[in-house]
Design a binder for this molecule. Sequence first.
Ligand SMILES: C[S@@+](CC[C@H](N)C(=O)[O-])C[C@H]1O[C@@H](n2cnc3c(N)ncnc32)[C@H](O)[C@@H]1O
Length: 271
Amino acid sequence: MFGKNNLHFVPDMDIFVALMEANHFNSRYRLPLPPQPLRFMNESDERFLKTGEEFLGILRRYGFHETSSLLDMGSAYGRLAYGILQGMNFQGRYLGLDILPKHVEWCRRTITPSHGNFQFEVLNIHNARYNPRGLFDARTYRFKIADDGFDYCALFSVFTHMYEPEIMNYLGEIKRILSPGGICVSTFFLFDEARLPALTDAKGSMSMKHLLNEHTRYHSAEDPLHAIAYQRDYMTGQIINFGFGLLECTYGTWAGDGHGTYQDLVVFKKS
Ligand SMILES: C[S@@+](CC[C@H](N)C(=O)[O-])C[C@H]1O[C@@H](n2cnc3c(N)ncnc32)[C@H](O)[C@@H]1O
């Protein structure tokens, strides 16, 4: 009765069930999570998935839906991509860009084969902290993306590691790349007069003691791009000067006074 074929039936059944589940449930059961050595933010599996869920929640608040198109700038090892994969039945277009080749390659190898609408591309752009050997200059780089190509752009914890002239170029490019009405969700470290005592006395979780210029401060003397902060009104003013409509500027918890996200959340719209 229990011959060779029956024994083989069990694993076949497993595959069948897995395929069924894949059609009805989200993908977190099918895709391996990024290996620990790639996780330079050192989070646990639970934290990794939770962060992706939080990121997706913010996008959802701004109307992100199953067929939206999203440019995830600084996609790293896929926190937002996994948030989308586990949180919704996404049929739209996702493009993750990052300057870390190994991370991009891992995402491409792991996610794209089963989810062809998730694409990942590496950018050979210089960043003193993340890609010191990068060839191209973030202050002048033009992305190989058509005008009006995406409904959404996300930059979670990316402008917190970029100098102002680089951010200005990215804002111009985002303006070009977003479709009319397109929305950019970004995070920053921001400060104002009220926040300064906490940041310079290091009462918040991330001190910003070092002054680069009147509207720029940073955490580490050795590594300014570890965490760089901008004066709030100055930065939101720049965003508005680019012709964006400012939808939200909410202080996060990093300096000990805000709520919601850890970093400060800045959302703006191409009008
Ligand atoms: C703190 S990580 C955040 C990664 C991801 N957004 C997340 O929250 O999981 C910062 C990321 O920004 C990327 N990055 C830094 N400079 C960049 C640039 N000029 N263009 C695109 N990505 C950049 C880094 O390579 C890194 O993956």
